[in-house]
Design a protein around this ligand. Structure first.
Ligand code: ZN
Length: 545
């Protein structure tokens, strides 16, 4: 009776009220490390696996940006999950220097409270956690708003500790790969002891006993899948010999570190871990919500060594696409399609090898070798002011100085020294501007000025002392060969962004500019939890009108 009158009301008003869609039971966020949006534009017709499933059926944003710079794995994952910038979350890079110039990894913590698990119940002498991330992220919100009648389970997995930890926040459950021990692990900041299912995965993978590894390409190497300009060009690669299509020794620590993380096997092993995570932790109860963050790290490692145009990078993406496809099918066996939300994005893009861009005819592309520039800055300051070794470290787009050498100097002299260094930097073709930390922090930028993206990542005591910005396709490199990501430009900051939940969103492509800061507030709204406290952006209007 009640039901009938409800329909009568509907008919009477002439409106069909859509039921409020419930939040997905399972959410899987794929974050491919260094997945520039340019890959999808180039490879779209060639992708046949999970990435293809996502762009064929999902809502795809073709102009999604990280509007902060310099791009890095740590900064990207922190921005993605907190919805804000380094100036607030404090993760200004993968690592930084303290006042006394000591190196801090972004996920460092003390062994007392956050010791990393070693094999056989032992503990490492160092600790890891999200202590250095100064705001809560979406994982924290999901855990803070998890109740007995509506439980949220949050796991974050990666080959890299920083990616797993910054996705997991302080309250999620991160798992990462420890190269030293050749096993997946976590820390006491998250668990009293290593969860049994992780130990079982390590036993199954038996990486500590593996002596050789073979990189088999997914498709015939001579076929169209690899027929791109410079795909076989090893002239500017950090590794002289191809890794693809050959077998490599893994017996030494050095060889293992050099090869395993880049190999397609690492991606396959990673999905073994992801499947085991779901099997061990996903409960089917009505109000359970399971959130799985997956950082696929190999593409970044490969593109740093070989560049984004290489056969190795293409094949890595094909393997990832293939593995993602199998993984999606596996999930659908467990959870009804309409109950699963998949998200695909990258943590940053990547710069094409400048020498190759140059050869193609864009002759303004330049690689500067950062250690040489650092040395030249020091020479200049020593010659002019008699101060030795003022500039100590380079990290993308910034230099760290030994400020104790300037403490007793008059303000004007310090200003003159900084001025001399800035003058030198901007005298180099392709370097446009240079600032001290204070100058950059005080600069009011025009809305169109992409240099404002550098300012958003400033955090006192963590950021460097001397900054610069370059023209597109010019960068300072820590290496004479290979690839990098370090600028505010589109190739480094534009990434794919796709949301796919069967029956919920109409498949379409949106070309309007959107920002990755919008992702965590959007996911919070879709999952019906409060947005991260410091998130700055509005939800994506196409998904939550
Ligand atoms: Zn990288």
């Amino acid at each position: 009776m009640q039901r009938a009158s409800f329909f009568i009301v509907l008919l009477f008003t002439g409106t069909l009220l859509a039921a409020e869609p419930s939040s997905p039971k399972m959410t899987v966020v794929f974050v491919i490390d260094q997945l520039s949006a340019e890959y999808l534009e180039k490879l779209r017709p060639l992708l046949k696996g999970g990435i293809a499933t996502m762009w064929q059926n999902g809502v795809e944003y073709t102009n999604a940006f990280y509007d902060a710079s310099p791009p890095s794995t740590a900064h990207g994952h922190a921005l993605l999950t907190t919805g804000t910038y380094g100036a607030l979350h404090g993760i200004v890079g993968n690592s930084w220097r303290t006042k006394d110039l000591g190196l801090v990894e972004c996920d460092d913590d003390s062994a007392e409270q956050a010791a990393v698990f070693a094999p056989k119940g032992a503990l490492c002498s160092y600790g890891k956690s999200a202590k250095n991330m100064l705001v809560d992220n979406l994982s924290d919100q999901l855990k803070l708003h998890s109740y007995p009648h509506a439980r949220n389970t949050v796991w974050s997995l990666s080959l890299k500790s920083r990616a797993a930890i910054l996705m997991g926040g302080k309250m999620g459950s991160p798992v990462w790969f420890n190269n030293e021990e050749r096993q997946y692990t976590s820390s006491k900041a998250y668990f009293k002891k290593m969860p049994q299912w992780i130990t079982e995965v390590n036993e199954k993978l038996a990486l500590d006993r593996q002596e050789k590894i073979t990189w088999k390409p997914l498709y015939p190497l001579c076929g169209p899948m690899y027929a791109f300009d410079n795909a076989s060009d090893y002239l500017f690669a950090r590794v002289k010999k191809p890794l693809i299509n050959s077998t490599h020794d893994l017996s030494t620590k050095k060889a293992f570190n050099r090869i395993y993380g880049k190999s397609p096997q690492a991606t396959a092993d990673f999905f073994t871990l992801a499947k085991a995570c779901i099997n061990a932790n996903y409960k089917e109860e009505q109000n359970e919500r399971f959130i799985l963050w997956l950082n696929l790290a190999s593409l970044d490692k490969v593109a740093h060594s070989f560049g984004p145009y290489s056969k190795e990078a293409l094949d890595t993406l094909y393997h990832m696409d293939h593995q993602m496809g199998l993984f999606i099918k596996e999930i659908y066996k467990k959870v009804p399609k309409e109950d699963v939300l998949f998200v695909l994005t990258g943590d940053h893009g990547g710069q094409p090898i400048p020498e190759i861009i140059n050869q193609k005819g864009y002759t303004a592309a330049r690689r500067y070798y950062a250690p040489t520039i650092l040395e030249n800055l020091n020479k200049l300051v020593e010659e002019k002011y008699g101060i030795k070794k003022l500039v100590r470290f380079f990290s993308s787009s910034q230099f760290f100085l030994d400020m104790t050498r300037l403490t007793d100097l008059k303000k004007n002299l310090t200003k003159a020294i900084m001025g001399t260094m800035k003058e030198h930097l901007v005298s180099l073709p392709g370097i446009r501007k240079a600032w001290t930390f204070d100058e950059l922090q005080k600069t009011i930028f025009e809305k169109y000025d992409l240099d404002s993206r550098i300012k958003k990542e400033l955090y006192p005591g963590r950021s460097g002392h001397l900054f610069y910005s370059t023209d597109p396709y010019t960068a300072l490199y820590g290496n004479k060969k290979g690839g990098v990501h370090s600028t505010q430009y589109a190739y480094d900051t534009r990434v794919p962004l796709i949301f796919y939940q069967a029956g919920r969103f109409k498949p379409r492509r949106i070309h309007t500019t959107r920002y990755i800061t919008q992702v965590s507030p959007t996911l919070a709204a879709l999952l019906n939890v409060p947005r991260p406290s410091a998130a700055v952006a509005r939800v994506l209007p196409e998904l939550l009108p």
